[in-house]
Design a protein around this ligand. Structure first.
Ligand code: SAM
Length: 221
């Protein structure tokens, strides 16, 4: 995609976009069906025990996780997003952590790691290290659940369809470059398998998909 500095710059711009977009985030939801299927799948998965939520945003999923979880640690780079999330779900049984997922290290292990609409924003160059972080966050029998979509509009494709870099605009027209990788569920499943994960990725009736599973092999001590 780009050199090391370019990638760091792009990831900074992506984080800046979400900081600036926090107040209007809910206005930018995708106008498609299939979202309910994700919530139903998450309830059926039952994220019990101690749950880590990466890139929690304004708490879109935190409340639903708390229906099952004993406690949730919710990480996001944006103080603005975390402010909205804590106003929504409160701080009982939730620990909010402001951190850059690409540099953050866990201080304990979790029963479940969850991320909603985050994986598609992880650039290819950071895919393996991101999943290595997920492994380091999980107890030996820990489980993973994620939801996402591969939807990109024609206007967003400023570098063409083959590029993972797209442009997003705020309501006031300000533009930002972010990463949006349009995974196909089957390809994603195979890519995860090559990294040692046993994760089934399910498409929905809309552009969304969800994945659930665990490490195929126990991590080496
Ligand atoms: C598409 S939103 C998803 C929010 C929420 N999980 C949801 O499903 O609605 C992506 C989130 O990632 C956060 N984010 C962006 N870059 C990040 C980074 N480097 N580390 C941690 N969070 C980051 C943004 O602040 C934003 O809240």
């Amino acid at each position: 995609m780009a050199g090391r500095n370019d990638l760091a710059e792009l990831l900074d711009e992506q984080a800046a976009y979400y900081r600036a977009a926090a107040a209007e985030y809910d206005e930018h939801g995708l106008p498609f069906s299939g979202g309910d299927e994700l919530s139903e799948a998450l309830d059926a998965f039952r994220p019990t025990g101690s749950v880590l939520e990466l890139a929690c945003g304004p708490g879109t999923w935190t409340g639903r996780l708390l229906r099952h979880a004993t406690d949730v640690t919710a990480v996001d780079a944006s103080a603005e997003m975390l402010g909205i999330a804590s106003a929504r779900v409160g701080r009982q049984r939730v620990r909010f952590v402001q951190a850059d997922v690409f540099g953050w290290r866990p201080d304990r292990r979790y029963d479940v790691v969850f991320f909603g609409f985050w994986l598609s924003h992880v650039p290819s160059e950071r895919f393996a290290s991101f999943w290595s972080l997920v492994a380091d966050c999980l107890k030996p029998d820990g489980r993973v659940f994620f939801v996402d979509d591969g939807y990109r509009t024609v206007e967003e494709l400023i570098e063409g369809e083959d590029s993972p870099v797209i442009q997003r605009r705020l309501n006031d027209g300000t533009s930002y470059r972010i990463v949006k990788v349009p995974y196909q569920p089957e390809d994603l499943e195979q890519r995860l398998e090559r990294l040692g994960w046993h994760i089934k990725v399910h498409p929905t009736s809309g552009p969304f998909y969800w994945g659930a599973g665990n490490r195929a092999r126990p991590p080496q001590p």
